[in-house]
Design a protein around this ligand. Structure first.
Ligand SMILES: [Zn+2]
Length: 217
């Protein structure tokens, strides 16, 4: 993670700038169900998101726990208790799972998390280390098959000082990269354009996920 976007990825979370209001800024005359972003897993950062299909599912800013040590507030602990669709889970393994980041740096930004609420990579069991690695590899294959990125950033931010938004629950980032994806928007407007809605992305990845692979560890 040495390029510009990688630097952004591990930059300290400033927290969303107050979040966006006007959640219902959707198509004309349509009923819009506004979902509480705090109920989704994800890792807040300082960037706003510009959702180019103009039917916004949410934007309320942060879903960050008040008490990072409290597993009950942890979005990565809460996610697996909900449906795949609600929690944006792409795949459930034995000791770890794959979920879309609610605050993506790019379309298709996935997180590979152990189910256990552990912060540090050295705290993982052998099984968890293996499965996080296997799921990361499969995630790359799936994203390649679906979205054809030119590259990836992979990595874990360990500790808040290193940029982890939810430092208490380890998660490995899988960020697909395209030529020219780091355009002027993040610099000028602190906003990223994301061309695909999260629900659609989740469905495409889940459908492309090889059945049973890394799930029957
Ligand atoms: Zn947790």
């Amino acid at each position: 993670m040495t390029d510009r976007e990688g630097t952004t990825m591990s930059a300290a979370d400033g927290g969303p700038d107050g979040g966006a209001e006007g959640t219902a800024a959707a198509g004309p005359g349509k009923d819009v169900r506004v979902e509480d972003s705090a109920a989704f897993p994800g890792e807040p950062d300082a960037l706003d998101r510009l959702w180019t299909p103009h039917r916004m599912v949410y934007i309320q800013g942060e879903g960050k726990p008040d008490d990072p040590a409290d597993a009950e507030q942890c979005p990565f602990c809460a996610g697996p208790g909900r449906s795949d669709e609600d929690a944006l889970i792409v795949h459930r393994g034995t000791s770890a799972f794959v979920i879309l980041n609610l605050f993506p740096y790019n379309s298709g930004h996935l997180l590979v998390c152990p189910y256990r609420h552990v912060a540090d990579y050295t705290e993982l069991t052998e099984q968890e280390v293996l499965e996080v690695a296997e799921l990361t590899r499969t995630a790359m294959r799936v994203v390649r098959a679906v979205s054809k990125p030119a590259g990836f950033n992979l990595g874990m931010n360990q500790g808040e000082v290193a940029g982890a938004g939810i430092a208490a629950h380890l998660h490995q980032h899988v960020v697909p990269r395209w030529q020219g994806d780091a355009n002027f928007l993040p610099i000028v407007a602190r906003t990223k354009a994301l061309p695909i809605l999260l629900a659609d992305t989740r469905r495409m990845f889940a459908e492309a996920w090889p059945d049973g692979e890394a799930a029957d560890g």
